[in-house]
Design a protein around this ligand. Structure first.
Ligand code: 13P
Ligand code: SF4
Length: 303
């Protein structure tokens, strides 16, 4: 059945000139049929280089919005229109304006896990893989980092010369990877290295041997001589980790390492979307112009 679905997906892609981009958190069988799989930064970059006129995104809505903002002329579709990242909404435009009044030289640094509206009120976007580089490159001392508190805190610790104003957004998936669970897992696997995503809380990050984006975690495990790893991020990364490292062992540390929104994407939904290509990602024109600027700035500074 899956084989039939996969064959039909490939046929429709060709017929309708569609490229499929997928994030590491979607199911392995969806990653398998995608043309490009990666972390948020890679996918945003790749979206600017693809030749096809239609992009089908297997991920959450902020990823599709970023692809559309960076490629106004292309048609972008979400494999599941309801897949949204709750953290993307956890900041307020009014608060940004207040901070700008209080700190006239502030740089509003917007994690790419954010709505297009929040991006439109920001100066530069970042992802977990380039946030440190970009914050360091900014001339501003005052940094208002939205929406994620944990990533902001992780970066702030590494640039003590900057003054951070924090926001209280969070990822419910990474927040529930508790340090107590990591400690228990370390007792069970004392020789395993702990690899964590910076959306985890600081007590969990304190136990990590390596902290990085989804791609960076995969690259680190692949390059490492170690044979065992405790993975503190969403379970979807296990697919690529195991593909690249069949001789290594990867363990989760809890039962909640599961993003319900990323997991809404399925092969059947990909096929359904390809059949009718409807409900394209559309953003108001004025917002597009404003929200594209911080994404362009990210691509420029991250080079
Ligand atoms: P990456 O940028 O590491 O892919 O992370 C995206 C994300 O949603 C993390 O929860
Ligand atoms: Fe959003 Fe967290 Fe899911 Fe990433 S894992 S998409 S931050 S809810």
């Amino acid at each position: 059945m899956n084989e039939q679905t996969k064959a039909r997906i490939k046929e429709l892609q060709k017929e309708k000139d569609v490229v499929i981009l997928a994030h590491y958190y979607v199911d392995g069988e969806v990653q398998e049929i995608a043309d490009y799989v990666g972390d948020s930064y890679y996918l945003a970059k790749v979206a600017t280089t693809v030749e096809q006129q239609n992009i089908l995104f297997c991920g959450v809505s902020f990823m599709g919005e970023s692809a559309k903002l960076l490629n106004a002329k292309k048609h972008v579709y979400m494999a599941d229109d309801g897949a949204d990242c709750p953290m993307a909404h956890m900041a307020e435009v009014e608060k940004i304006e207040e901070v700008r009044k209080e700190y006239p030289d502030v740089a509003v640094v917007c994690y790419v896990n954010s709505t297009a509206e929040l991006k439109a009120h920001s100066d530069v976007c970042v992802t977990s893989s380039n946030a440190l580089k970009i914050v360091k490159a900014l001339p501003n001392k005052d940094i208002y980092f939205i929406p994620d508190y944990n990533l902001a805190h992780f970066i702030a610790e590494q640039v003590p010369e900057k003054h951070f104003i924090f926001n209280d957004g969070f990822c419910h998936v990474h927040k529930s990877i508790h340090s107590e669970d990591v400690k228990k897992a370390k007792e069970l696997h004392p020789d395993a290295l702990v690899l964590a995503h910076p959306e985890c809380t600081s007590d969990t990050l304190a136990l990590a041997d390596f902290i990085g984006s989804t791609s960076q975690i995969i690259d680190y495990a692949t390059a490492s001589d170690s044979k065992k790893f405790l993975i503190c991020t969403e379970m979807g990364v296990f697919y690529e980790l195991m593909q690249k490292n069949p001789d290594k062992k990867f363990f989760s540390v809890g039962h909640r390492q599961f993003c319900p929104n990323m997991k809404k994407v399925s092969l059947d939904k990909v096929l359904e979307k390809l059949e009718d290509l409807k409900d394209e990602v559309i953003l108001p024109e004025e917002m597009c112009e404003q929200a594209k600027k911080p994404l362009d700035e990210m691509l420029r500074l991250a080079q």
